[in-house]
Write a protein that binds this ligand. Structure first.
Ligand SMILES: C[S@@+](CC[C@H](N)C(=O)[O-])C[C@H]1O[C@@H](n2cnc3c(N)ncnc32)[C@H](O)[C@@H]1O
Length: 528
């Protein structure tokens, strides 16, 4: 499969070159065309072009859910750009204090001296080590436990850019493949705030402070654009990296996509499959944004980073495909729901469906930002804190609002899993609460990410346990009949089967795959 997909990509590039040299060798051209047609017939997708999407992939035949479309290793990989320091070899979190292991050559923090990513192409290479070693004072020397998150982020941002620019010498073909990706440089140049940010934080720093003067400003800006537009954020079991892949970048975006992807914990290869049935000629899509965000946020995220305004079905629908996950309680009548009147207008107004109250999107956004800050301040393991958040905002946000769903998602995962809240320690009321949150969450994910998607697999696994425990309790206390117990058990089996089928698609060695195996074990213990 990797070969097939890779061919497809290179094949496209050949085609591109050919169009400029058509008269050169007509016989060879014809032979190549035939080969291309053969390959296209075999491949589950082909590349097309539109004025809106640019290049994108379409299904070359009807595809069933779960079909493998692409698996390929990254052309480039680097740490994620967050304020959290990670190992340059394996992208696991590291600390910046004096006890943290550091590379003897360049002093950047690494997880340990036996990190599998040291001197590996997908990790901390000797080339990179030498470059940073010569610039210790302006690179790793700044990374101490007194360095704030913004400075940590700025320093780590440079790593992937430097790696790509080093590829120019080491592997010009790979570099050329990256250079052919969309960078939206001209549109980015028009946005002075964005352009100046990269000029100061990246271009000047690399050329003046790090003294990499042979890097041309235009090329650095182009690489920054390519990274913003095409990067995948990946990582298993706590690792956080960003990657560029040779052909997966071609998929267009949709806020309710028809593919799902995961990545291999060691090779960082992407594994991309259809998540549901896809019709012949339908565009293959993935989501560049986070599912648990409302339309206003997703659209501005895509506009800022990817330079387009999404007009997909979910974005165009004030009720977001029936999920209603952006609706607020009307602050005036307290009865109605406040929704976007023109969801594709970021500055439009939001109106109540029961009274005349209206609100501007920008006022609403700042309100939501404050609520989001409140949520982010709560530790993900803090059950009372999360429960309190749900109570505090139930008069403000509709029950399916994405901020409430985020809190419910955390609760689904920690009830039953942390000390003091393990299933045998939990009251029937708390177990029932876990069940309720799982069901509420699943109902929305079924609308937004239907099919073979990781979130569905995870939540169905979480849901099976409370259903099972409560059914057993109810049978023992005579609250339900044996027949009703059997009916509930059937649901448990269905949940376990679905989560096994989804989570076993995750790569071996990942936590999700382990969960898929646990679901399979539970089924065999039940004799299924
Ligand atoms: C990762 S690239 C995809 C490949 C790109 N189309 C190309 O030709 O190189 C992302 C870019 O594709 C375009 N794109 C992807 N999905 C889109 C969508 N749903 N609507 C409009 N443009 C889209 C935008 O220009 C976006 O910045």
């Amino acid at each position: 499969m990797p070969g097939r997909k890779k061919n497809n990509h290179h094949h496209k590039n050949k085609k591109h070159q050919k169009s400029h040299h058509k008269e050169r060798n007509p016989e060879k051209e014809q032979e190549e065309d035939e080969q291309e047609q053969d390959q296209e017939q075999e491949s589950p997708f082909r590349i097309e072009h539109s004025d809106i999407y640019g290049r994108y992939l379409v299904a070359s035949r009807q595809l069933e859910a779960g079909e493998l479309l692409i698996t390929e290793e990254p052309l480039a990989i680097g740490p994620c750009v967050s304020g959290d320091p990670v190992c340059l070899g394996c992208y696991q979190p590291v600390s910046l204090d004096s006890t943290q292991y550091r590379c003897p050559g360049c002093q950047w923090p690494l997880c340990r001296d036996s990190c599998p990513g040291i001197h590996q192409p997908h990790g901390h290479t000797s080339e990179e080590c030498q470059l940073y070693g010569e610039r210790r004072a302006v690179a790793a020397g700044l990374l101490t436990d007194r360095t704030g998150p913004a400075e940590v982020r700025d320093l780590y941002e440079l790593v992937m850019i430097v790696r790509i620019l080093l590829l120019r010498q080491r592997d010009p073909e790979q570099f050329a493949a990256i250079e052919r990706m969309e960078s939206h440089t001209e549109e980015r140049r028009k946005n002075q705030v964005l352009w100046q940010h990269y000029e100061q934080k990246v271009v000047q720093r690399l050329r003046e402070v790090w003294q990499l003067e042979d890097l041309q400003p235009e090329q650095i800006h182009q690489v920054c654009g390519i990274l913003d537009v095409n990067c995948f954020e990946i990582g298993q079991n706590g690792a956080k990296a960003r990657t560029l892949y040779p052909s997966a970048f071609l998929l267009a975006h949709d806020c309710s996509p028809n593919t799902a992807h995961t990545d291999h914990p060691e090779s960082y290869a992407i594994i991309l499959r259809t998540s549901r049935r896809v019709r012949e000629r339908e565009a293959l899509t993935l989501s560049y944004a986070y599912t648990l965000q409302g339309t206003l946020k997703r659209r501005s995220f895509m506009h800022e980073g990817k330079l387009f305004w999404c007009v997909c079905q979910r974005c165009s629908d004030p009720r977001e495909l029936g999920s209603d996950c952006s609706a607020l309680v009307c602050p005036v009548c307290r009865q109605g729901s406040l929704r976007a009147q023109e969801p594709l207008n970021q500055e439009g107004s939001w109106g109540c469906d029961k009274c005349d109250h209206k609100m501007l999107a920008k006022d609403l956004e700042s309100r939501l930002d404050r609520i989001n800050n409140d949520l982010e301040a709560i530790d993900v393991h803090d059950i009372p804190g999360l429960e309190n958040f749900l109570v505090r905002y139930r008069e403000v946000l509709r029950p399916n609002h994405y901020l409430l769903l985020s809190a419910k998602y955390s609760l689904c995962q920690i009830y039953g899993r942390i000390e003091g809240y393990l299933l045998p320690q939990m009251s029937p009321e708390d177990i029932a609460r876990k069940e309720r949150y799982c069901r509420e969450f699943l109902e929305i994910i079924d609308l937004l990410e239907p099919g073979l998607t990781r979130l569905r697999g995870l939540i169905m696994y979480e849901l099976h346990a409370p259903v099972m425990v409560l059914a057993q309790m109810a049978l023992q206390t005579g609250k339900i009949s044996r027949q009703e117990f059997q009916r509930r058990l059937k649901e448990v089996v269905r949940l376990l089967q679905n989560s096994r089928d989804i989570l076993c698609l995750e790569p071996e060695g990942s936590n999700e795959h382990e969960m898929g195996k646990a679901a399979a074990d539970a089924l065999s213990k039940m004799g299924c």
